[in-house]
Design a protein around this ligand. Structure first.
Ligand code: EPU
Length: 419
């Protein structure tokens, strides 16, 4: 027996939807809290399965986690023990690799199984490892486990060949207790990195430049507790905005930071989507005659690779031929292959996709090959004639809190079944 999501398409969406705290910030903030020697409270934690997996890992480390009804987490690392993280739960999500930097930073040793996550093609962690080594650690890999050790971590100047989100955060975590100054050049600039630097600074770290391509970390002796509110999820927000552009009569997406969504908003404007942007919300109205456009994914503030798949579904409704160039993860076009099963007219070649529209999508049985593919298929299901069945929905539950409830409140016909 397996759970599937079913959607009866063709119902125009109307109403308000509130965006939760950022998944990709949450999955870094939780490991960051273990650097403290006192309890840390995080507000606005989304109700997603990745949080459960990280809680299990914290429990292995003898860190207590209290989850309030409203989602707030109180994480207490006071009695923490540096246990090897070699259980299978570590491989459930990619972000478990942030325990590498955090444990190395706090104890000078991390032993951890190779992390998992969405299959988006090869996802090396060479830059994380080079960063740890630059701080004085030795890294070995035996029988599926990494052992990262250092007698003493010493600040250094690190240049990242690629502006990697994961490597930037992992080096930050490892460097907060290192002796002296660490600089990360060609650092990633994503808002989630600013959020991680902010919580660490509240705990007592000395980090400057997060959000630019040069981050400086001056090592400190001890970190204490703090309280922190997670930034809104720009990818969840983007997904609901795209979904509204495709299938709404009028939808208001609340609790957003429009600045984090600039590249998306400019592409929607180019397509002719009718919307009004306020300080912390955006209203999207039904748009007729959407225009085909071209887009290329890029690191922040470029167009997010995570929104590429949902956007591809919207492109099936635009007049003419749209093009996508994917520069971050080549396997991200798996969603388009699934959309083709629902009637999308598309070709994929050499990291480029061409999508012709408008077409009437039709319901069928499709598979969420990764989290954002799942989002693309949900939008497809809302637009399709008939009922769409989406399988492998555990991917969707890793990143979209209460998606059925949020969409039902907007007037969608969406439900779960066991098959
Ligand atoms: N890369 C390397 N070596 C490394 C690290 C990265 O070659 O050591 C390459 C990757 O293969 C990729 C590029 O650099 O081609 C960018 O990877 P990055 O490290 O920035 O991505 P990530 O940290 O693995 C995070 C998000 C992803 C999101 C990307 C890009 C988390 C937990 N994950 O991944 O989110 O797509 O940044 O913005 O923060 C998702 O939410 O669905 C998701 C996959």
């Amino acid at each position: 027996m397996t759970d599937v999501i079913k959607i009866e398409g063709g119902h125009k969406l109307k109403g308000r939807v509130r965006i939760d705290g950022s998944k990709n910030a949450t999955v870094a903030l939780i490991p960051a809290t273990i650097l403290a020697n006192e309890p840390v409270t995080i507000y606005g934690v989304p109700d997603i399965s990745d949080v459960g997996a990280l809680t299990t890992i914290l429990n292995f480390l003898n860190v207590t986690v209290e989850r309030k009804e409203n989602g707030d987490l109180i994480i207490d690392p006071t009695n923490m023990k540096n246990t090897p993280l070699i259980e299978d739960s570590v491989t459930q999500l990619r972000a478990s690799y942030y325990f590498m930097g955090a444990l190395l930073g706090k104890y000078g040793r991390a032993e951890i199984k190779m992390p998992g996550g969405c299959d988006l093609g090869p996802r090396p962690i060479d830059l994380h490892i080079k960063g740890f080594e630059a701080l004085g650690a030795t890294v070995s890999y035996e029988q599926g486990n990494y052992v990262i050790e250092a007698k003493e971590l010493i600040g250094n100047s690190i240049f990242l060949d690629i502006a990697s989100v994961g490597a930037t955060i992992n080096i930050l975590l490892a460097a907060v207790y290192a002796k002296g100054r660490t600089t990360i050049n060609n650092a990633a600039k994503e808002p989630e990195i600013i959020d991680v630097a902010t919580i660490l600074n509240k705990m007592g770290a000395n980090i400057r430049g997060a959000g630019t391509n040069e981050i400086t970390i001056d090592g400190v002796e001890a970190l204490g507790g703090c309280q922190h509110e997670i930034i809104p999820d720009r990818i969840e927000a983007g997904t609901y905005i795209i979904l509204a552009a495709a299938a709404a009569s009028e939808v208001i997406v609340e609790n957003i930071i429009p600045l984090h969504l600039e590249s998306l908003i400019s592409k929607l404007n180019e397509m002719g989507v009718d919307m009004t942007i306020d300080i912390d919300k955006i209203t999207i109205r039904e748009s007729k005659n959407l225009k085909a456009i071209d887009l290329q994914t890029n690191t922040y503030p470029g167009f997010a690779t995570d929104l590429q798949s949902p956007f591809a579904t919207l492109m099936t409704q635009a007049n003419g031929t749209s093009h996508i160039v994917e520069t971050i993860y080549k396997e991200r076009f798996k969603a388009i292959s699934q959309l083709q099963r629902m009637g999308a007219q598309a070709t994929i070649q050499n990291g480029r996709a061409e999508i012709n529209g408008p077409v009437q999508l039709f319901g069928g049985s499709v598979k969420a090959t990764d989290l954002r593919c799942g989002a693309a298929l949900v939008i497809g299901g809302l637009l399709a004639e008939g009922v769409t069945e989406i399988r492998d929905i555990y991917h969707i539950d890793r990143g979209y809190a209460n998606i059925d409830e949020k969409l039902t409140n907007l007037g969608a016909k969406i439900w779960r079944e066991k098959i």
